[in-house]
Write a protein that binds this ligand. Structure first.
Ligand SMILES: [Zn+2]
Ligand SMILES: [Zn+2]
Length: 157
């Protein structure tokens, strides 16, 4: 049983490595099943929790509070600006945050201080759509870019 689980976790890591954007556990699960890899959603969650514990992924929450994962780059943890409309993400410079956290740790004597910084907005594409139509943003990101879940529905409100 251990061998199979290892293979499944490796598949989760491989899939994450090939993604440029944040992805939910359900999306990963759907992608793996589509690859005809028999894997349970619980295993996907467990693999992601493990990766998170070891610093292998960056995590953000979407507007519904669901955790989204993205493989952490080799040069350490990053902060991202995530589009609320289409889910596209881009890393942002956050040196000032890291320095601030380091200083807090020194000032308070706390060890292993962790932080979460979440930045969301509307990317240029989604914002342009809103301008053209004179209404709220309506996402036109291709559905398959976001995987099976599709992010567009959250933009309609
Ligand atoms: Zn967008
Ligand atoms: Zn940071």
């Amino acid at each position: 049983m251990g061998g199979r689980t290892t293979r499944q976790r490796r598949a989760v890591r491989r899939l994450l490595a090939g993604r440029q954007d944040f992805v939910s556990a359900q999306e990963l699960h759907a992608l793996l099943v589509a690859e005809t890899l028999p894997i349970g959603l619980t295993t996907v969650y467990r693999a992601l929790r493990e990766l998170e514990a070891h610093g292998g992924v960056d995590v953000v929450r979407d507007e519904a509070g669901e955790r989204l994962y993205r493989r952490r780059s080799a040069d350490g943890h990053r902060h991202y600006l995530v589009c609320r409309c289409c889910g596209r993400s881009r890393p942002v410079e956050a040196e000032v945050v890291e320095e601030w956290v380091d200083r807090i740790a020194v000032d308070t004597g706390f060890a292993a201080v962790q932080h979460t910084v979440e930045l969301t907005g509307l990317c240029a594409d989604c914002d342009t759509t809103a301008d053209e139509r004179g209404e709220g943003p309506s996402c036109r990101w291709e559905p398959d870019h976001r995987g099976s879940r599709g992010r567009a529905r959250s933009c309609a409100s």
